[in-house]
Design a protein around this ligand. Structure first.
Ligand code: FAD
Length: 263
């Protein structure tokens, strides 16, 4: 059984970042396990292509919600990315941080390190903002953030009308105050989607201490007393077992274990 220090389940938005950061230390041996395929489908990278990748079982888990009583008892489609980059490979690419008040509230609840002031340096560190560094934006980070290239007359007229009704405009949704109208920035570089696979994984995937496996569906996690130390995953019909010396990391709330039939 192969041994790793860290085993990361899911190569989505969070998983690719974790793989990059943990393998930056050459003493860490890291395994990143992804149920979906490599992100070679060209529609992943063309910004408007999410109409081809959403609801496509090769790139989307194609979940459906339970019937929702307050939505006329309907089942809703609930897309989630299933490829390197996870949902960041099929999402709408809007780059919008949370509200500063929410972060500050979390801190007040006792979560050290989660105030707006605490997290802002990390937002900036991760960012490669088109117009360079300023109080709220960073440059040179792995995640490209660009403004929309054109404007739309209908949107401008809509915003003019809303302004007449007293709604405010904003030219930056990422300064901690999300209120206002304006054009969203996108996680796009030179006209192509900047998923976390593109931004965080591609530059480091040749590191000798990082192994990335795709089409590998994690089946279950085994525990030694209360410590997770073994992961079993399917490649086709074979089950591969790997051991974690330090940590098993579930990178997302959407890791689906034991659903062999859903692969
Ligand atoms: C259609 C759509 C549009 C969206 N638009 C926006 C937007 O414009 N702006 C924005 O900020 N957010 C948007 N989001 C939300 C955002 O993309 C997600 O919140 C974010 O990507 C979640 O990151 P994650 O790391 O938690 O999960 P994911 O990125 O979904 O990663 C989970 C990964 O785990 C893998 N996985 C799951 N189960 C297993 C298993 N058993 N074994 C191995 N691998 C497994 C999955 O295949 C996936 O790659 C959108 C999401 C979708 C789906």
């Amino acid at each position: 059984m192969e041994n790793f220090d860290y085993i990361i389940l899911g190569a989505g938005s969070a998983g690719c970042v974790l793989a990059n950061r943990l393998s930056a230390n050459p003493n860490h041996k890291v395994l990143l396990i992804e149920a979906g395929s490599k992100d070679t489908n060209p529609w992943i990278h063309i910004p408007g292509g999410y109409f081809k990748t959403m609801l496509n079982p090769k790139t989307d888990w194609c979940f459906q919600t339970e019937r929702e009583k307050y939505c006329d008892n309907r089942e809703m489609v609930y897309p989630r990315g299933k490829t390197l980059g996870g949902s960041s490979s099929i999402n709408g690419m809007l780059y919008i941080r949370g509200q500063s008040n929410d972060f500050n509230y979390w801190r007040q609840l006792g979560n050290v390190g989660w105030s707006w002031e605490d997290v802002l340096p990390y937002f900036k560190k991760s960012e490669d903002f088109q117009f360079g560094e300023n109080e709220f934006h960073g440059s040179g980070g792995p995640l490209a953030v660009q403004e929309i290239r054109g404007t739309f007359k209908v949107c401008d007229l809509f915003m003019d009308a809303a302004e007449e009704f007293g709604h405010k405009r904003t030219d930056d949704f990422n300064n901690g105050d999300n209120e206002g109208m304006g054009y969203f920035p996108f996680t796009v570089r030179n006209g192509l989607r900047c998923s976390t696979a593109v931004g965080y994984l591609n530059p480091v995937k040749k590191r000798k201490n990082l192994k990335v496996v795709t089409n590998a569906h994690v089946k279950n996690i085994e525990f030694d007393n209360k410590k997770a130390d073994k992961v079993n995953y399917w490649i086709g019909k074979n089950v591969i077992s790997v051991k974690a010396n330090k940590e098993v990391i579930l990178s997302s709330g959407t890791i689906v274990l034991l659903r062999y039939w859903s692969r």
